[in-house]
Design a protein around this ligand. Sequence first.
Ligand code: DGL
Length: 286
Amino acid sequence: MVHANQPIGVFDSGIGGLTVLRELRQALPDEHLIYVGDLARSPYGSKSPETVKRYASQITRYLLSRNVKMIIVACNTASATAGELVRQLAAPVPVLEVVAQGVEAALDAVAVLGAKEARVGILGTVTTVTSGIYPAMIRILAAGRKMAVPLMLQKACPLFVPLAEEGIWEGDLADRIAAYYLGEMKDFHPHLVILGCTHYPLLRGAIAGALPPGTSLIESAPAVVQTAGRILEETGLKAPQTNGAVTEYYVSDSVDTFCRNAGRILDTTLDLVHHIDLDACEDGEE
Ligand code: DGL
């Protein structure tokens, strides 16, 4: 029997998923959240799908051992490669992943554009871009909405994740790296660009500066939070009102850099940060 007081599990390779957690804490302040950041093995975006699947399944097993009522895959790379596996492992616990939510948000934006042929840019890690999941899902969901499929251009930006993890979110270096990656995207003149990695909203200013003025940047967090809230309401699992629930953080490597940058993202100091050995969550070993 699932109870409304059970926690929600959220995970990413590092601090990127905190851009989703931040919105969750604001919109659903009574929910007990457990965040896992796999710092020791970040970045996921340059790893093979098999490796990311193994990492994601270890984290899923850990979260299930904590009796979560919902899992949010706050990592596009893990969503692209392991979304289905996480769903299978977690069933009947509902799983929300950022790719589908980001695509829905992008198609909502395309619908209001009213452009005859919308141009959509997609930025992500190498593994996400190589998986082709964004173009595929855009085609499927656009067909479901009876919308014209937009013109699409993808670009992998591998240096964005270490830059974000280092806390270099703005300034000359961030601007130069954004300009280095986004020249072709700028010439594509996109109406909107999907930030297909949860680290990228931290570099929003640098990314916007390298694109034509007025380009909309789409992130998945608002859609994820809205969908999570709806599912909790519909299933009667929304946490009862409290004076603010706790968020626990588990990281697989040194907690110091994480705490400093997480504090900047969440605009608060973090109390409950623990180290976790994720290899101990291999199948049959927990
Ligand atoms: N933030 C993650 C994503 O959305 C992972 C980035 C990485 O570790 O490479 O893809």
